[in-house]
Ligand binder design. Structure first.
Ligand code: HEC
Ligand code: HEC
Length: 421
């Protein structure tokens, strides 16, 4: 069994058209038959791809945490050399502006003196110099910069890049809004990646208009590949141990997607290829591929944050659970411990769940994965496009599109149950 996940699909022809994914845990196991085209003959006879959460190597997890939080994979080549974000940040991004586009500050990275000055209102939140000081402390989630200080004490930002933590971590707001302890894996639903990129002087006006149209908590990870625009909600990167394939359309296992994002979206220095998408990027040295195993282990170690005490009605939730598994028919797709049927190779045509087909059409699979339900209380809005603002909207959506005829009381019970997951 190899430790290094192989992100490249192993296309296969034969009597039934399947693709095999060489998975870490099952490199030597029976062929992991994922039905891509729903070929019935390929299903049923195979073992699930990842039958149970796998044990993780603690040393690898720790290494991955550091990569997840602080590694830019050399993407300064894009964020600094191409987008010139270092100029924008040092000239115009005050802490107020940074918090305004949803950036978060890690209170644990601040020295005690800075914390008390902040609490006393003695820190200038209208000066980009303060932003640079925070970046220098590694206190801004997902932003990694090289800050220089001249003889007069003035700071400049020499290089800047982004990390996975930018979109997939947030804080608990324990110090102030936007300032608190890190929660890795939780999507930053306040983050406005489109507005951030649109600050760059290198982006043409027409593109800026598109980027500014996304709004907080959304990002389109294919706009630079196919020119189309259907932004997705930033999903959690937690609760994935035991889930066979990642992304809303089940593009591949976690390392496949990590490599895709690091190379084609963050623009890190690394190699990624997927013949299905006609992508073949080779860069040397490859600063992405050697880190995928540790990064994967860290993500798989992240469990969803538990629902806050008192955030749901336990009795109603118990009734909702019965409905979920029974009359409402949810568990037919949201099956098993991770609430998804993707481990059995099943994907769903957009019409089955009343979803907008446009994003799926842009992907290799053309269909949607049953989203593993995890930490739902933490990351509204829901569905790949955020089309359900609340859990009540989710239930109303299914009631309508799947003709469930639930009573108002049943709908409320289902919502209470969803809040517990
Ligand atoms: C600019 C924001 C952004 C950055 C930076 C980013 N991602 Fe994502 N990530 C997304 C979006 C949007 C999706 C949804 C894509 C999809 O499902 O098709 C996603 C999907 C994922 C998923 C799939 C979740 C699931 O439910 O299957 C994982 C895991 C993930 N990202 C991990 C990472 C890692 C690791 C990095 C760093 C290498 C990273 N992401 C960097 C925005 C981002
Ligand atoms: C036919 C299969 C199927 C059934 C039945 C089904 N779901 Fe889903 N569910 C999906 C798919 C596929 C998605 C992903 C859709 C998307 O993102 O566009 C999804 C997404 C969700 C989400 C969004 C999760 C997130 O993180 O955004 C929630 C919540 C949810 N379903 C709850 C339910 C409930 C409650 C029921 C029963 C009333 C139900 N589902 C019935 C397949 C199904």
């Amino acid at each position: 069994m190899g430790k290094t996940p192989d992100p490249s699909p192993d296309a296969d022809s034969g009597p039934c058209t399947v693709r095999r994914w060489r998975m870490v845990a099952h490199a030597t196991a029976v062929a992991a038959c994922v039905t891509i085209l729903g070929v019935a003959a390929c299903r049923g006879s195979e073992e699930p791809i990842i039958p149970a959460p796998e044990p993780l190597d603690p040393a690898l997890v720790t290494e991955g945490k550091d990569i997840f939080r602080f590694d830019t994979f050399g993407d300064e080549q894009y964020w600094t050399d191409t987008l010139r974000m270092h100029e924008v940040i040092q000239s115009a991004v005050t802490p107020v502006a940074a918090l305004g586009v949803g950036l978060k500050v890690d209170v644990d990275a601040l020295p005690a003196a800075v914390r008390s000055a902040l609490a006393a209102g003695q820190v200038d939140l209208d000066s980009p110099q303060t932003t640079l000081a925070l970046i220098e402390l590694d206190a801004v989630l997902g932003i990694k910069g090289e800050v220089r200080t001249d003889m007069t004490g003035r700071k400049t930002l020499a290089r800047v890049g982004i990390t996975c933590a930018l979109c997939h971590s947030t804080v608990d707001n324990s110090f102030a809004r936007g300032i608190g302890r890190r929660i890795d894996g939780a999507p930053n639903v306040d983050l406005n990646p489109g507005a951030i990129v649109a600050l760059s002087p290198a982006v043409p006006a027409a593109t800026k208009a598109v980027l500014n149209g996304w709004g907080p908590g959304k990002y389109d990870p294919r706009i630079n590949m196919d020119g189309l625009n259907t932004p997705l909600v930033l999903p959690p990167a937690y609760g994935l141990n035991g889930v066979a394939r990642e992304t809303f359309t089940a593009e591949g296992p976690v390392s496949y997607w990590n490599a895709y994002v690091a190379v084609t979206q963050m623009h890190g220095r690394g190699s990624f290829s997927d013949p299905r998408l006609n992508i073949n990027v080779t860069q040397t040295p490859d600063m992405v591929t050697p880190k995928l195993a540790a990064l994967r282990a860290y993500q798989l170690s992240l469990e969803p944050p538990p629902p806050p005490v008192g955030s749901f009605d336990a009795q109603a939730a118990a009734r909702g659970r019965t409905l979920f598994a029974g009359a409402a028919g949810c568990a037919s797709c949201h099956a098993g411990a991770r609430f998804t049927d993707v481990n059995d190779g099943v994907l769903h045509a957009p019409g089955e769940t009343g979803m907008d087909p446009r994003y799926a059409a842009r992907t290799t699979q053309k269909r949607y994965r049953t989203t593993p339900l995890r930490g739902l209380w933490q990351h509204a809005p829901y569905f790949h496009d955020g089309s359900a603002a609340t859990l009540a909207d989710v239930v109303a959506h299914y009631d309508r599109t799947r003709n469930l005829r639930l009573t108002d009381a049943q709908k409320r019970d289902l919502v209470e149950y969803l809040k517990t997951l």
